[in-house]
Design a protein around this ligand. Sequence first.
Ligand SMILES: Cc1ncc(COP(=O)(O)O)c(C=O)c1O
Length: 325
Amino acid sequence: MALPPLENRPCGGRYGDIVQAIGNTPLVELKRLSPKPGVRIWAKMESANPTGSVKDRVARAMVEDAEERGLIGPGQTILEPTSGNTGISLAMICARKGYDLEVVMPANVTPERTQLLEMYGARITYSPGDQGSNGAVAMAVRMADENPSRYHMPYQYGNQANPDAHYNGTAKEILDELDGEVAAFVAGLGTGGTLMGHARRFKEELGDAVKIVAAEPMQGEPVQGLRSLDDGFIPPIIDLSVLDRKIFVTNRDAVIWTRKLLAEEGVFAGVSSGAIARVAVRIAGEIDEGNVVFVICDDGWKYLSSGVYTKPVDEIADLESTLFW
Ligand SMILES: Cc1ncc(COP(=O)(O)O)c(C=O)c1O
């Protein structure tokens, strides 16, 4: 007997393995956050990727690029500095593809990250917690320089495959879903990959009609996953001239808006997404009509132990040791 036609399309696609299932994430309208009827706010749910973050796209792009160019040899270890998400994505992909992985992470990361990395079989080297992700970058670069035959370092901060993953993937998906109508795009700034890839694709397709806005933490106010450019290190993949604006967010606002996303829209996200949502809503209030798109970088699971959802806001907003970036 013939089955009735499927009524719930699109149904997410069919893939040969979990690495191929990365991307094609949902774009969800957040109606309760919109300040006026003519302005629609959309969340690109990168938390829906297999390991729960936007970095699955970047890790896959960097590993596949290295494979295509013959940069990963037998017996070599992939080495990467990360504040967590890229390491977890690389760990999943390396486990699937059979590569050894070592990640360099600040010592004060949340325990959920360490657990996930260990579950996937990655080795972890800790850099000093008080030096944040810059300390992890410096340590990994030193390790790779001292032992180039042992390590291949994709180096997300300087690898063109990082923004290209967004240029060819995330940005294209957003344009397809919104029929090319994007008034503003808001993302956080960590390596800069998300902002650079989207900026290039959107400016090419839409010119100056689209505004590219970066959410940056206040200097000295750490928001997990984001960096302040005033902190001294500007990743080589960043070209500041493609950004129309950058808007600073306090750690306190990041926490408040992370909770708002959950309470008002049912979106369970990490703290950087709260910071980005705060900026997206501000931009939405400044325009008369159009689509404002922002990125939900990761889900909230990895932040539970830091008390982002449970502790008093004043307590959590001041806790540098748990709100590293
Ligand atoms: C949770 C989280 N949010 C935002 C970002 C920033 O993304 P990008 O590195 O593309 O600038 C990162 C990057 O590490 C992240 O881990």
